[in-house]
Design a protein around this ligand. Structure first.
Ligand code: COA
Ligand code: AMP
Length: 629
């Protein structure tokens, strides 16, 4: 079947399409139908089915005789460690961990926060929650205590599972003080914590509250899989929105299983037994979907890689891992390839390894620039596929589905919509636009299985953020166009979200931190173009009249504040003091114009600007930071 035929078969009969896809999943009770649309525009999938995610990701492979196959390869160039875990071992470890959690009172529907680096135990913690029907919420290790506290208060977990430390090149990230700080800051109090002690740093446990990962499993009865309803939340994953309060994206169990399983063959072209590697982090959606769940649901071998594209130890790390572990499909972010390309433009490291196992490479997380795709294709000699998705969807909205048909690659485009996604370009009034015209990218409702049904404890925010602007559609927050062949082009965000090294960050959240500085009267944060990371945040500060603090000192303060309030991952290092901010006559800060000036692009003077002279002051300040040349 061609892509066009598969897509058409979904359009003709979505119900039949998704019921057929659901057959690849082991249900304790099969759902009677796929879509439940009684509460439209809120939709749910497979609601009356009963299923367990961990069973589908682990136990069923053991039962089917694949117990000796490697499920997880841990490869850490930072700690010089490699080891493998078979499906049978994974089952034992997860059942034991789940048993220990259950003995401490964790059951179906309870939330468990996971704060762990790239170690297999992070996946085991996620799967142990899934085994019990508990709802995990993984927090990325590069976030600061405050961000952790915000998530504790929103998700209200009974328990936190953490590691003693994370490891960044040349630096131990002390998780325990961050964890303790977050627990102290949060209003909600957890019942207990489980700490996985790493040999690089053993953390002090608080008597009565903290339990050792191994110790608390001693003598425990392993737990079996608890079947849950198809719409039971599998997890909550917080992502950046326009304001400082992150959005808790809810992932429904049944749709998650069906959709992820469908993507593995059709998009990523892998079969059970193949090795699949997503070089991301479990703290991001890519890590949830393609390090942990999808490869395991399909019966692949997944790789937990604790390292960086460069410097651990060199720009050949990716190629070493691919070659050594026989990776068939590899998934990373364009920024990672840009980092490798910068150090090894000629691809000398590529030549050192036998990469004959590698059949295709996938890029996502940010726009894939044509130079990077061409470089990777030239050096690796395999298709390099850009695909577009969001935390909210959990898997690709648009891709080149190599497992169905290899479509021609158009540089700059993540190709075509996947079945389930009716993608349209709308003008401000919500009217569909002609091919090649730029507009807001929206998806006709209902969204397919596995995508977010709502935001955790925030249904109104869900409706307001995604459903209100264009009734009958989901608003993606991205702007772009579709060409005459149906290929999508993702050009920019329509909100205040920026993308730094493939990480989604909120400029609004950074502005909240800056505004809390006692000398700052007003501020703005914009995302400026960066050759390596795609975008970098840059702050503009207007000081209180009468403030006599040196400008450099205020800048140093706010850089420190963002690092300690949001985390090092924000990569907030650029800021300057200005007299005034450019605004419209109604007082709206002209952030878009500031971005254009910073990037040295032509721009149209906004008709509503209050005082055009301010733009010259902004240009001068930007030039001081090496921008707006
Ligand atoms: N825990 C703690 N700190 C972390 C962290 C983690 N898990 N991940 C990153 N950080 C810190 C880094 O140490 C760095 O701190 P520093 O300011 O003290 O140097 C800061 O956050 C920024 O990190 P990073 O974005 O990794 O930048 P970098 O300059 O260290 O590395 C790249 C640049 C391009 C190599 C890196 O950004 C990268 O690998 N990007 C790919 C990201 C990716 O795969 N995203 C997947 C999304 S699908
Ligand atoms: P996240 O939720 O962190 O995965 O970020 C999602 C956002 O990243 C999208 O809304 C886009 O703005 C951007 N993005 C992800 N993948 C792509 C891509 N392939 N091309 C362009 N932008 C992308």
């Amino acid at each position: 079947m061609t892509y066009a035929a598969v897509y058409q078969s979904w359009k003709d009969d979505p119900e039949a399409f998704w019921m057929q896809a659901a057959e690849a999943i082991d249900w304790t009770q099969k759902p009677s139908k796929a879509l439940f649309d009684e509460n439209a525009p809120l939709y749910q999938w497979y609601v009356d089915g009963k299923v367990n995610t961990c069973w589908n990701a682990v136990d069923r492979h053991v039962q089917a005789g694949r117990g000796d196959q490697t499920a997880i390869i841990y490869d850490s160039p930072i700690t010089h460690t490699k080891h493998e875990i078979t499906y049978a071992e994974l089952q034992t470890r997860v059942a034991s961990l789940a048993g220990a959690l259950r003995a401490k009172g964790i059951g179906k529907g309870d939330r468990v926060l996971i704060y762990m680096p790239m170690v297999p135990e992070a996946l085991e913690a996620m799967l142990a929650c899934a085994r019990l029907g508990a709802v995990h919420s993984v927090v990325f290790g590069g976030f600061a205590a405050n961000e952790l506290a915000v998530r504790i208060d929103d998700a209200q977990p009974k328990c936190i599972i953490a590691a003693s430390c994370g490891l960044e090149p040349g630096r131990v990230v002390h998780y325990k003080p961050l964890l303790d700080g977050a627990i102290e800051q949060s209003t909600h109090k957890v019942d207990f914590c489980v700490v996985f002690q790493r040999e690089q740093e053993v953390a002090k446990l608080e008597e009565g509250r903290d339990f050792d990962w191994y110790g608390f499993q001693y003598g425990i009865e392993p737990a079996d899989c608890v079947p849950v309803e198809g719409n039971h939340p599998a997890y909550i994953l917080y992502t950046s929105g326009t304001t400082g309060a992150p959005k808790g994206v809810v992932r429904p169990t049944g749709g998650h299983l069906v959709a992820l399983n469908w993507t593995m063959k059709n998009v990523y072209n892998v079969d059970p037994g193949d090795v699949f590697w997503a070089a991301s982090d479990v703290g991001w959606v890519v890590g949830h979907s393609y390090i942990c769940y999808a490869p395991l649901i399909t019966g692949n071998t997944t790789i937990v890689f604790e390292g960086k594209p460069v410097g651990t130890p060199d720009a050949g790390t990716f190629w070493r891992v691919i070659s050594e572990h026989k990776v068939k499909s590899f998934f990373t972010a364009p920024t990672a390839f840009r980092a490798v390309k910068r150090e090894d433009p000629k691809g000398e490291f590529v030549k050192k390894y036998d990469l004959s196992c590698l059949e295709q490479v996938y890029l996502a997380g940010e726009r894939a620039d044509p130079d990077t795709i061409e470089w990777a294709h030239d050096k690796l000699g395999v298709p390099v596929i850009d695909h577009w998705w969001q935390t909210e969807t959990g898997y690709a909205i648009a891709a080149n589905p190599l497992g169905i048909e290899a479509l021609p690659i158009k540089l700059g485009s993540p190709a075509v919509p996947m079945p389930g996604f009716d993608v349209q370009i709308l003008d401000e009034a919500g009217h569909p636009m002609a091919p090649n015209e730029l507009g807001a990218i929206a998806i006709k409702l209902p969204l397919p299985p596995g995508t977010l049904p709502t935001l955790w404890n925030a249904e109104d925010r869900f409706k307001k953020s995604y459903l209100q602007q264009f009734p009958g559609y989901y608003e993606t927050g991205d702007a772009g166009m579709i060409d005459e062949d149906g290929y999508l082009y993702i050009m920019a965000r329509t909100d205040d979200v920026i993308n730094v090294a493939g990480h989604r960050l909120s400029t609004g959240a950074m502005e909240e931190v800056l505004a809390a500085h006692p000398d700052v009267a007003e501020c703005a944060v914009i995302g400026v173009t960066d050759q390596l990371k795609g975008q970098l945040p840059m702050g503009f500060l207007c000081l209180n009249s009468g403030s006599d603090k040196a400008h450099d000192a205020v800048v140093m303060d706010v850089v420190k504040m963002v690092r300690s309030k949001i985390g090092p991952v924000a990569a907030f290092k650029l800021a300057c003091v200005v007299e005034r901010l450019p605004k419209t006559r109604s007082g709206k800060i002209l952030r878009g114009t500031m971005v254009k000036i910073a990037d040295g692009e032509d721009f149209k003077m906004p008709a509503t600007i209050d005082d055009p002279v301010i733009l010259d002051e902004i240009r001068t300040a930007l030039q001081g930071l090496g921008y707006a040349k």
